[in-house]
Design a protein around this ligand. Structure first.
Ligand code: NAD
Length: 413
């Protein structure tokens, strides 16, 4: 990918519009569009076949005025500096929107984790930490899982960082429970999507019971969202992963599909399910569409064909700014990523606090505090949207940009 990623362009469109509405100067806009620090490192590893391979790794720290930078680490073949930059900016707005004392950062390694053995992934991860350890840590920049990474990868980061600085669990979140991970972190983002949809349904009077849902992506976010929404009485009728998409009007069986995927690596070819062409899960008729895979998947090409009543952004940046305009014209609500998928960073924040205080919180406390923080943030966005007659993304950006600007002002900048 060359030039600005769709993520960075969409971020700048939302940022510019918020700065205009809030009456902020060009220099404020510029400050909020630029990252404070961008790292690119080359990571050589010896593959299992004895050959040398070199991977590019990135870490971008966008803003730390409200607290240490916070954001995931992505392992995917399309990772590049533009994408990481866009994702880091979104994290600044996300932590500000849910009002937790953290800033925004993001990282990634351009690789296909499915083509690497566990040993190769471990060596790659540990070498990445060796390259960037001076810039990360509990008070500066805290990584977490994202696409292609998981608790095991966070465990390796914890181990490598602690080998240099002494036991430092607060340097990374999303760790295995045995290493100071938090109860509820694995399900947090998907569970949070349920909390946001519940708040949306209460505010706009759309019933949850029997409401139909299509979900793109069957990873951490997609699977846990499917479970949370089913628990709320909703009916998940379509799901997909990178290779297949399935549909069942009466509702899919998430446990059976998860079992099939872990045993055979495929979602499709289950009796009673209709197979869909890739991407068509985005176009099924449903009440809620939850894109929970990658960015830019709803764009000017397919936005006119979306049949969902409401889109809830489980992924980061799944709707491009061009698609946003089309969807607004078609009166399809978009619940923005910085609200919809913020459950993950909120529980990461809980994990960081527990690690710093050497505490272990029970799951009930995590669930209750997550529901309170996320429910409040959702209601603030809905209120602001109603007061100013804005779409939900614009309302969310107004709140975040104002909070970051207030913090910058308070430092004397
Ligand atoms: P993951 O790696 O666990 O899962 C990603 C899923 O998307 C996989 O099932 C993969 O097969 C599927 N996928 C990839 N390309 C696809 C395509 N073209 N069509 C359909 N499915 C496709 O990743 P994740 O952690 O679930 O993250 C998903 C999204 O949510 C990302 O945008 C990520 O940035 C965002 N997010 C994740 C978290 C978190 O806590 N993990 C928090 C906030 C936001």
């Amino acid at each position: 990918m060359t030039g600005k990623s769709s993520m960075q362009s969409s971020y700048e469109v939302s940022l510019d519009a918020a700065c205009d509405r809030l009456g902020y100067t060009e220099s404020t806009r510029r400050l909020l569009s630029l990252a404070a620090l961008e790292l690119k490192v080359e990571i050589p590893i010896v593959r299992d076949n004895g050959e040398l391979a070199v991977f590019s790794g990135y870490r971008v720290q966008h803003q730390n005025v409200r607290g240490p930078c916070k954001g995931g680490l992505r392992y995917h073949p399309e990772v590049d500096i533009d994408e990481v930059r866009g994702l880091a900016s979104l994290m600044t707005m996300k932590t500000a929107l849910v009002d937790i004392p953290l800033g925004g950062g993001k990282g990634g390694i351009c690789c296909n984790p499915r083509e690497l053995s566990t040993r190769e992934l471990e060596v790659l991860t540990r070498k990445f930490v060796k390259r960037i350890h001076r810039e990360i840590g509990p008070n500066s920049d805290i990584m977490a899982p994202d696409v292609g990474t998981n608790a095991q990868v966070m465990g390796w980061i914890h181990s490598e960082y602690s080998a240099i600085y002494g036991h430092s669990p607060a340097a990374v979140t999303g760790k295995p429970l045995a290493l100071g991970g938090s109860a509820g972190r694995d399900k947090a983002t998907g569970h949070g999507i349920g909390i946001v949809i519940q708040a949306y349904s209460e505010r706009y009077g759309t019933p949850l019971e029997g409401a139909t849902v299509a979900i793109q992506g069957f990873g951490n976010v997609g699977v846990h969202a499917a479970k949370a929404l089913t628990d709320l009485g909703m009916k998940v009728i379509a799901v997909s992963d990178a290779r297949s998409a399935v549909y069942r009007r009466e509702g899919v069986d998430i446990s059976a599909l998860s079992k099939q995927k872990s045993e055979r690596g495929l979602l499709a070819d289950v009796d009673g399910y209709q197979r869909l062409d890739p991407g068509k899960e985005l176009e099924v008729e449903c009440d809620y569409l939850v894109p929970a895979a990658l960015g830019g998947v709803i764009n000017d090409e397919n936005a006119p064909r979306i049949k969902a009543k409401t889109i809830v952004e489980g992924a980061n940046g799944p709707v491009t700014s061009e698609a946003d305009k089309i969807l607004r014209r078609r009166e399809i609500d978009v619940v923005p990523d910085i609200l919809a998928n913020s459950g993950g960073v909120i529980v990461s924040y809980f994990e960081w606090v527990q690690n710093l205080q050497r505490q272990v919180w029970p799951l009930k406390q995590i669930d209750d505090e997550l529901a309170q923080i996320l429910g409040n943030a959702a209601r603030q966005v809905f209120d602001h949207a109603a007061q100013k007659e804005l779409d939900l993304r614009s309302a969310a950006f107004d709140i975040s940009v104002r909070r970051v600007k207030e913090a910058l002002d308070a430092t004397g900048i």
